[in-house]
Every structure is written in C-alpha cells, then in structure tokens.
Design a protein around this ligand. Sequence first.
Ligand SMILES: C[S@@+](CC[C@H](N)C(=O)[O-])C[C@H]1O[C@@H](n2cnc3c(N)ncnc32)[C@H](O)[C@@H]1O
Length: 301
Amino acid sequence: MRAVDLFAGWGGFTEGATAAGAQVVYAANHWPLAVEAHRANHPEAEHVCQDLRQADWGTLPDYDLLLASPACQGHSQASQPRRRRYHDNLRATAWSVVDCADVTQPQALIVENVPDFRRWRLYPIWRLALEALGYELRELRVLASHHGVPQRRDRLFVIGLRRAATVELRRRGPEPAFGPCIEWDKGRWRPITKAQPGAQRRIIAAQERHGERCIVQHVTGHKGLALSEPLRTVTGADQWAVVDGSRYRPLTIRENARAMGFRDDYHWPATATRGDTITGLGNAVPPPVARDVVQAVMEAM
Ligand SMILES: C[S@@+](CC[C@H](N)C(=O)[O-])C[C@H]1O[C@@H](n2cnc3c(N)ncnc32)[C@H](O)[C@@H]1O
C-alpha cells in the first residue's frame, strides 16, 4: 500500500502508517524544519517543502492512500474569533485535501484534525465535495490513550473509502500511566519557592490532591494529575511540568515525545529549538494512533 502524507509535519502520521505496513512515498509541508525532521526519520519518502494551497497535484507519484492533517489551529473553539484572518487562512488548508483527491483519485483517504473541525461552517460543504469525488465518508473519534499512548488526546479522523465498508478500530488495553515516561534524573529542576506565587499555590494544591510527585500545568487553573494517569493533551504551548517534592521542572523533550507515543530514537533536528520541537510534537498524530487507524482502514479497503 503506497501512501502520501500531506501536512506531514515532523512525521507522526507517517511513522504510524509505516508501522501499519504502508509505504509512505511522498511527504509535504511548508515548514523547512518539519521537512528536515521528516526526512531524517523517513528518508525513503520523496520530500517537498511547499505551501500546499499552491501545489501542483499532477506531480505526485502513484499511490493508494492519502493521509492528511491540515492545520487545526483555526478550528479550536478556544482560540476563536481572536486572530480571525489568520485562522480563516489556516482553515483553508483543508481544501488542499479535496484538490489533491480530485486530481490524484486515491483509493482511500484519512484526514486528521481536532473534533472542532466538525463545527467549521464549511465542514458540510467540504464533506460534500469529497462525496462528489466518490468517497463514502465516516468519522472516527479516537482517544490516544485507548491505543497505548500515555496521553488523553481526542482527535477526529475523517475516513473516505470508495465503498461502504465498516472501519473497525479496536481499543488496545487499558490507558497507560504517564509516570513511567518521566526521567527523574534529567532536566533543569527549580525549587518550587522560585515559582511565581500563583504557580506555587497551584503546585501545592496539586500535591495535596495527587501526592508529592505529580504533574501540573503552567499558566491555567488546571488541577494537576497523578502519575498513574495519562497526560492530557500535549500542544505547542509547552504547558506541562513535573513536580517532585520541593522541586519542579518542565517536561523534557523526551518526556513530551513519549507522551505522544514516539520511539526514543526518533530524530529531532539539531538546529531545532525546544519551542520548535514542542510545536512539532504538539501538532503530531501520535504514531500508535496513526498505526491503528491506518491498519483499520487498510483492512476495510
Ligand atoms: C497538524 S500538523 C501535521 C502533523 C503531522 N501529520 C504529524 O503527524 O506529525 C499540520 C502541519 O501543516 C503544516 N502547514 C500549515 N499550513 C500549511 C500550508 N499552507 N502548506 C503546507 N503545510 C502547512 C504545519 O507546518 C504543520 O506541520
């Protein structure tokens, strides 16, 4: 099964599709660093760095399965309607999926986004466009923690097949705890007393609820998490910190990557800043989720 990955980012979707047995032959994104990260981990694919709203779809190699994660920031209700034009612009990336399917006519397609994608006022029209191209669409809501990922991350997968087959996605075991992902001897710990007064109060309240060792979120009023639970959504905001008695620190890159289900030897470009890497991770499809969804779609095809 040959696949194309649009908005391929740092490669979560490709990583999972490869684990499911697909061969990703083409990956495209407009962020040079993302393309570099993707290429380092998936050198066998052809890589293209471009704005996909201006792509020439006729240049794609032959393939069967279209994978795509158009920009999701414009769909998250939390950030509406501030920065409206910017978000309109990002939402428009979803039309590239339609354009690509129109020109290249893959056997199947899988589009990943936030659940709020369905609240986009053009979503019904976007669906109709894909249906007009001959795809039977179904929507899957997938919780990453049901697929072996130590993170409760809720995402929407819109799946298009050329026939009315059922896509059966099976849950894999109980939700994993995030605690075993923590590297206690790594990172730059700080005394809790050095935190801002509001942050100190939140950390102490979280310790009262969850114990001396626990997880807290910067900035918001989140109540913290026990180490026996999965982490909550990793985003580009770099918002999670670990607390150990009288000290705390932000999660390391590796802890963030583990929370996303990436293998420890996944390669991050040496030139990438912490912010870049967390953005790449926070955008990604957790590879184990991608693996299970792609496998289920391949079985249905
Ligand atoms: C949700 S992320 C994709 C994550 C990726 N599928 C993964 O699993 O790692 C969306 C990606 O689309 C890219 N992007 C946004 N607008 C774009 C555009 N107009 N053309 C190409 N890529 C774009 C962003 O740089 C980002 O990497």
